[in-house]
Design a protein around this ligand. Structure first.
Ligand code: SF4
Ligand code: SF4
Length: 235
């Protein structure tokens, strides 16, 4: 057993009983890169232009993806394993702008029609959840969001962006929550009513989560963290 507390924190065991350690160097570098984004927000006195905000959100995605890629062989997640795409993904304002641009880019056609009707149906479904008369405001904390996600998951409806091949149709633009689904336990734990799955979590995840919210506020005076379809169907 390694005596270094950081190494211990970064060591995990997966469903195949493999024990692995996230590289402490990569971990520190990733946190430092996130610190620079935080510093940028502080230097800008919490006011950043929307274009720069979106580019900083994309930088957070890049940092998080680097961590994910380094451990992907130890995760249970794989292409086509999409039980998690039933969840109601929480999205912040800068991320919502990325999704809006992606949908607009689609132009027209069968896929856009399918997305539009699916997003509308998911919004209606969310609004019908008990206790969600005003889903926009209560969903500002991670625990509120997770509770709503769980309630919605029981409906067994897939995200409108999931293709018939069970692959994400907006993969490059998918939100932070979809990039950090990293599961250590059996993929069946992600099915509704099973689990809960044990996730690979570390400081990079938590810092990235805080920063996308902070960027929503800095770039758009909007610190909401709300379900994905609401950004695309409601103002
Ligand atoms: S989070 Fe669960 S359902 Fe999603 S890809 Fe990973 S193992 Fe599969
Ligand atoms: S955006 Fe993509 S990865 Fe995220 S829930 Fe939807 S289909 Fe799945």
């Amino acid at each position: 057993m390694n005596d270094d507390p950081l190494v211990r924190d970064l060591t995990f065991t997966n469903v195949r009983r493999e024990t692995f350690t996230l590289s402490p160097v990569l971990y520190r570098e990733s946190l430092e890169a996130l610190d620079r984004i935080e510093q940028r927000i502080v230097e800008a006195s919490g006011r950043i232009a929307p274009e720069e905000t979106v580019s900083l959100v994309r930088e957070i995605y890049r940092i998080v993806d680097g961590v994910g890629k380094s451990v992907t062989a130890h995760m249970s997640c794989s292409a086509g394993c999409a039980a998690c795409c039933r969840m109601m993904v929480g999205v912040t304002r800068g991320e919502g702008e990325i999704l809006r641009a992606r949908v607009k880019e689609e132009g027209a056609g069968e896929r856009l029609d399918r997305w539009t009707s699916g997003l509308r149906a998911r919004t209606d479904s969310l609004l019908s959840l008990e206790g969600s008369a005003d889903p926009d405001r209560p969903l500002t904390t991670l625990s509120d969001m997770l509770a709503t996600c769980e309630a919605h998951e029981t409906k067994g409806e897939f995200c409108p962006f999931l293709g018939s091949d069970r692959l994400c149709e907006i993969y490059e633009d998918r939100p932070l929550m979809c990039r950090i689904c990293w599961t250590l336990t059996d993929p069946r734990d992600c099915d509704p009513g099973e689990g809960p799955p044990v996730k690979f979590r570390n400081g990079v995840f938590f810092k990235a989560f805080d920063l996308v919210i902070a960027l929503g506020k800095a770039g758009f005076s909007d610190d909401r963290h709300r379900p994905l379809p609401l950004w695309l169907t409601l103002e």
